[in-house]
Every structure is written in C-alpha cells, then in structure tokens.
Design a protein around this ligand. Structure first.
Ligand code: AR6
Length: 196
C-alpha cells in the first residue's frame, strides 16, 4: 500500500536523495502521527498498554475505544518489546505498540532497550507484511530520553534492518516538535557522512 499521506501537514524534507541506498526509504516529517495513512503507526506506550498521555493518548483518542479493548487482551508488554493491534478509527491499518525505556542516566540499559524497541517493531511489521511504518520519537517525551541519542539509535537500527529486509518500503520518523525534528535531521546528516 502507498504511504497515502493525504492532508498530513508539514510533510517534506526527504533529506537523502541517493538512490539505491536504504536512506532513500527514510522520511523525516513533522506533524501528528495519528493522521498518517501508512500500514502501521508505532505507539510509544507504557507496559500496561492501557493508554496514557503524549502520543499514546493521541493514538487512543483517534483510534477509538475498540483499540483499548484489544489492548486489554494483550496483557501488557515488557520494556523493549512490541505488540500489534488493528488501527480501528485511525487511517493506519495497524498500531504497533512498543515500550521504550525511562531515561535514568544511560547506565541502566537504556540504549540497548531503545534499540530493541525499533528492532522488535520492524520484526512485527515484516511478519505482518507491512511495508510502510511510521515511528514517533520513542521515549523522548515523558520518558526523557535525550533526543540526539534517541534519533541516532532510531536511525541506526532502522537502516540496519531495512538493509537486510527489502520488504520494508518506507519508514517515516514523525516529529512532533521542532527540537525532535532537528535531532533527526542532525542524526541523518551524521549517518550519511559516516557512509562516504
Ligand atoms: N504524533 C507524533 N509524535 C508525538 C505526538 C503525536 N501526536 N504526540 C507526542 N509526540 P511520549 P515516551 C511525541 O511522552 O517518552 C505516555 O503517557 C513527543 O513530542 O508520548 O515514550 C505513555 O503511556 C515525543 O517526542 O512517549 C507512557 O507512559 C514522543 O512523541 C509514556 O508516555 C514521545 O513522547 C511514554 O513516554
């Protein structure tokens, strides 16, 4: 299915125009993830999977009560793992819920746990044959993960994964604030530099 961005505001900035590299599948966009009609949007949930604030609250509001009903049946999700549900009232067909780490000081496995969120989400996408996936900046809100490091991990893990699995066609990193958008742009530039 095509990404079908519809009237998604602030779409733009495909920063890396090289063809034939995994970076051409990566899009950094500004806006509200609940408006994207991709195969799956990712939810930065908590381990109860029963909703919360931030992007989690926005996704549940936009999807409607059936999402919570399905989430209840999942029995939670440990940090670093992922679970999938249908999208219900969302334009996206599926929601992949993942639980990012709460940032403490970087010495409590935070980097590895965030990396496994990205890997586990993408594994589920592959398993369900989902070609277009949109991520929020997991853990960078209420969980206080430093945006620059989070963006670097998001990009590195995603590129590694799509390098190995060509079925994934487009990845959107959806940035809700200018600071997060800047962090992703910097991370992408750094990554591109490291590849030449
Ligand atoms: N679209 C895209 N990104 C968004 C949106 C949106 N509609 N709304 C917020 N963000 P957070 P976390 C960005 O706090 O840090 C919840 O209560 C936001 O600017 O949503 O992983 C859960 O239930 C930030 O960059 O998630 C958990 O308890 C990013 O999404 C806890 O928060 C993540 O911020 C999870 O904390």
């Amino acid at each position: 299915m095509a990404a079908g961005l519809g009237d998604f505001t602030g779409i733009g900035e495909k920063l890396m125009p090289e063809t034939g590299t995994p970076l051409e599948k990566i899009f950094i966009v500004k806006g509200d993830i609940t408006r994207l009609s991709v195969d799956a949007i990712v939810n930065a949930a908590n381990s109860s999977l029963l909703g919360g604030g931030g992007v989690d609250g926005a996704i549940h509001r936009a999807a409607g009560p059936e999402l919570l009903e399905e989430c209840r049946k999942l029995g939670g999700c440990p940090t670093g793992e992922a679970r999938i549900t249908r999208g219900y009232g969302l334009p996206a067909r599926y929601v992949i819920h993942t639980v990012g780490p709460v940032w403490r000081d970087g010495k409590h496995g935070e980097y590895d746990l965030l990396a496994s969120c990205y890997r586990n989400v993408l594994r589920l996408a592959l398993q369900y044959d989902l070609n277009t996936v949109a991520f929020p900046a997991i853990s960078t809100g209420a969980y206080r993960f430093p945006p620059a490091r989070a963006a670097e991990i998001a990009l590195r893990e995603t590129v590694k994964f799509i390098n190995r699995h060509s079925a994934i066609k487009k990845i959107f990193f959806v940035c809700f604030s200018p600071a997060i958008f800047q962090a992703y742009k910097n991370a992408l530039k750094q990554y591109a530099k490291s590849q030449v």
